[in-house]
Design a protein around this ligand. Structure first.
Ligand code: TRP
Length: 493
């Protein structure tokens, strides 16, 4: 049915504060709505006009718009409803005949992560929306068979929960071929917190078990373009953060760390240019939500984050080989960059990078609140003292325990919302011990204070050890890790 004037007014209101049907990012829902217009929207409704012009301007890029978050979407204002997508699958109609409110969904992109519920992001939905695959038992079994090692607990516990093309990487390993690892960090503050370590810990494990080269990109350029920071400051932070990264313990003969500001040029920049030529403004608008008022550095930046996925960007490591496959461990919010990368790669004659995605590390205040480097009480920092760790956990870690001891003993604690328990899942390596705690806490035998004491012990050790290793990182170490050099890359036949 064509859109009525009343409905147009509702949409005009919506587009006053939202760029797209689903808020900040374009999706298939915008296409659905566009198709409902049989003529141009009324001239006087300027927000609706702007949206219509924008969506209609996309050509073939339309097909790579991400799926919408829900297939039963409507926009409601003052009791008037515009149906945008109607779910035809019986299953969902049966569950819920009501309307979805768009804003109640999780938000996940490289700059915003906001969960709708205090249990955190709905990762199953995210896999559907992003079109990636779940890391399942079968994949874990293959890992184990090929490496002869029990998969890391991040993999076993679903902390790394999603992947793209991991089977292809394992096929290569099976055939005796090598791949390389790529990960990175945006250095926006000196204060790294334990959550920032997750991808690096995973990456180190992968480097150890597969014995492969690793490149680590420090996007000081990205932080300069996005944050209110001086260029020199971002560059300096890259080198500060490099110390923490080196302290994770990467193999010094197999790891190259670089600051974009200092490294981009030569073969790397040639690949950047090729990506730039093959991605349009409309595409990055669709993927990242840029608009006409975004600074032009942001618009080109995704090309810089894309090209470390291609082995020819590092001729000193791979001797000019174009086809060494790449595996990227990262938090799932970085996926948009690599969706773009995977989209252009074949057009440039490169391999698509494979990915494994992690869930987000929850803030102390709970999985639905934001963790921020500027709020020192929202997380545990790598610079915290043993005493600060203890105080913060005891004071701020959101508890799934009950209000009184009696009630707790009777009903038990709720591990699903308890932040200390969530942190134990990240950092307590012993499966049996963790299982035991789960059982005792949820049955009420274990109290919140006791649970927190377990976590405090583990974090004090983890961070104490990290600080010790970081203290021992010398200027010479930094020079070595950050100098372009061969990394003993030998492709076995
Ligand atoms: N953009 C990332 C950040 O802000 C940094 C980054 C660059 C990255 N390349 C990466 C992260 C590859 C993971 C994988 O933190």
């Amino acid at each position: 049915m064509p859109i009525t004037r009343k409905e147009e007014e509702v949409l005009n209101e919506h587009f006053l504060i939202n760029s797209y049907v689903e808020g900040f990012t374009v999706s298939q829902a915008d296409l659905c709505l566009l198709k409902q217009f049989t003529s141009l929207p009324s001239q006087d409704l300027i927000n609706l006009q702007r949206w219509h012009r924008h969506i209609a301007s996309f050509t073939e890029e339309k097909f790579i718009f991400p799926d919408s978050k829900s297939n039963n979407l409507s926009i409601i204002q003052n009791g008037i409803k515009v149906q945008i997508m109607v779910n035809t699958s019986e299953e969902n109609v049966a569950i819920d005949g009501n309307d979805f409110k768009v804003v109640e969904d999780d938000v996940v992109d490289p700059w915003n992560v906001q969960a709708a519920s205090n249990k955190g992001i709905d990762y199953d939905k995210l896999i559907d929306r992003f079109g990636s695959s779940r890391i399942d038992e079968a994949l874990l079994e293959r890992f184990e068979k090929l490496t002869g090692q029990k998969p890391h607990h991040f993999l076993r516990r679903g902390i790394f929960f999603s992947h793209r093309d991991m089977h292809r990487v394992l096929n290569l390993v099976e055939a005796g071929k090598k791949f390389f690892l790529y990960t990175g960090r945006g250095p926006s503050s000196e204060a790294m917190h334990v959550g920032h370590l997750i991808p690096f810990i995973m990456t180190k494990w992968l480097q150890d078990v597969f014995d492969v080269p690793l490149v680590i990109q420090l996007t000081d350029d990205e932080k300069y373009l996005w944050k209110d920071l001086k260029l020199e400051q971002c560059n300096k932070l890259a080198y500060e953060n490099a110390k923490d990264i080196i302290a994770v313990g990467f193999d010094r003969n197999k790891t190259f760390i670089f600051s974009d500001i200092d490294f981009v040029g030569g073969a790397f920049y040639k690949n950047v240019l090729m990506v730039q030529k093959h991605v349009t403004f409309n595409q990055v608008k669709g993927i990242f939500g840029f608009d006409e008022s975004s600074n032009i550095g942001k618009i080109m930046f995704p090309a810089i984050q894309a090209v470390p996925s291609f082995s020819s960007s590092f001729p000193f490591i791979f001797g000019g080989k174009k086809d060494v496959p790449c595996l990227i461990p990262c938090a799932i919010d970085q996926d948009p960059y690599f969706r773009m990368t995977r989209d252009v790669a074949p057009r440039l004659g490169f391999q698509k990078p494979a990915l494994i995605h992690s869930t987000f590390f929850p803030a102390l205040q709970g999985a639905s609140s934001k963790m921020s480097a500027s709020d020192e009480n929202s997380s545990i920092f790598l610079t915290d003292t043993a005493n600060q760790i203890k105080k913060k956990i005891n004071k701020y870690a959101f508890s799934g325990g009950r209000d009184t001891i009696e009630e707790h003993r009777e009903k038990g604690g709720d591990c699903e919302v308890d932040v200390s328990y969530m942190y134990l899942q990240f950092f307590m390596e012993d499966d049996d011990k963790l299982e035991n705690i789960h059982q005792q806490y949820s049955s009420g035998q274990m109290l919140t204070g006791e649970l927190k004491a377990e976590l405090i012990k583990i974090l004090q050790k983890l961070i104490g050890d990290h600080q010790e290793r970081r203290k021992n990182v010398t200027d010479n170490d930094i020079k070595e890790y950050m100098s372009p050099r061969p990394l003993n890359f030998i492709e076995s036949k």
